[in-house]
Design a protein around this ligand. Sequence first.
Ligand SMILES: [Zn+2]
Length: 339
Amino acid sequence: MEREVSRIKEEFVVKLSMINNREDIEKLKIEYLGRKGKITLLLRKLGTLSLEERPKIGQLLNQTKREIEERLESRIEEIEKTERDKRLKEEGIDITLPGKRLDRGDLHPLSLVLRQVEEIFFSLGFKLEEGPEVELDYYNFEALNIPKDHPARDDQDSFYINKEILLRTHTSPVEIRVMEKQQPPIRMIALGKCYRRDATDSTHSPMFHQIEGLAVDENITFGDLKGVLTFFVQRMFGEERKVRFRPGYFPFTEPSAEVDVSCLLCQGKGCKACGYSGWLEIMGAGMTDPAVFKMVGYDAEKYTGFAFGMGAERIAMLRYGIDDIRLFFENDLRFLKQF
Ligand SMILES: [Zn+2]
């Protein structure tokens, strides 16, 4: 009996080694371990053995059965692995190819410019302030010395929500909101979206970003305004840039100035971009009108201040040589990836 068991086992090992698919493994399993399998039949014969032989042969048979089961299992695993490898090869997956690269986000050119503006003014002790984009007519116009029938309102064709509420046309209302809450000294900037009913073209967009600044204290002069803005321009566009202040008009500053920078393309010699003047206009500025101080309850005899405002898109266009404002909002990755 012992010899028969070992013969069956050897025979099984040989047969197993010749099999390379799962169906044949199943057949082999039935041949040895099935209801009428070779090992099963021997186990049934145990009862015919003598009492001395029975435990020994029983143990041998059980051990052989377990061994056959294990070998069958591991052979199935081998076959599955071979099939998997074969399938991978046929499907042509080359695992040495580099993986798909995930697109990483970049900062929008406007965000880059706004961050740079923040850094420059933070270095001068200015603080960032915020205000709502949906604004009251009072803050957007009235408190900035632009009453209801003022012609300056025509320059800023507005999106009104109702008679008293509109989308802010500039960031200047943030100045009023800050001054209402705080006493001087004040050094603040405000950055954000503004809205005007402008037809879209290469230099106009109904939504744009403005950069606003305000300083209020005792003894602030036009010299301080010139110093701060010259520092800003040279940090933003290069130390070699010249700055020019021309008389201008804004309802909320007196005196007011238009600020020009020497042309970045022709270095001031005159070219098409600067209209052969050698200068590019970049912002408006001026000394805060005492009428505005009265609106917020500041003592206009004691305090003076200056304010400035510029378009972030204009600054970014000059900084990066972009010639169409629409590029900022089309979200074409080929454009946005260049910065
Ligand atoms: Zn030029």
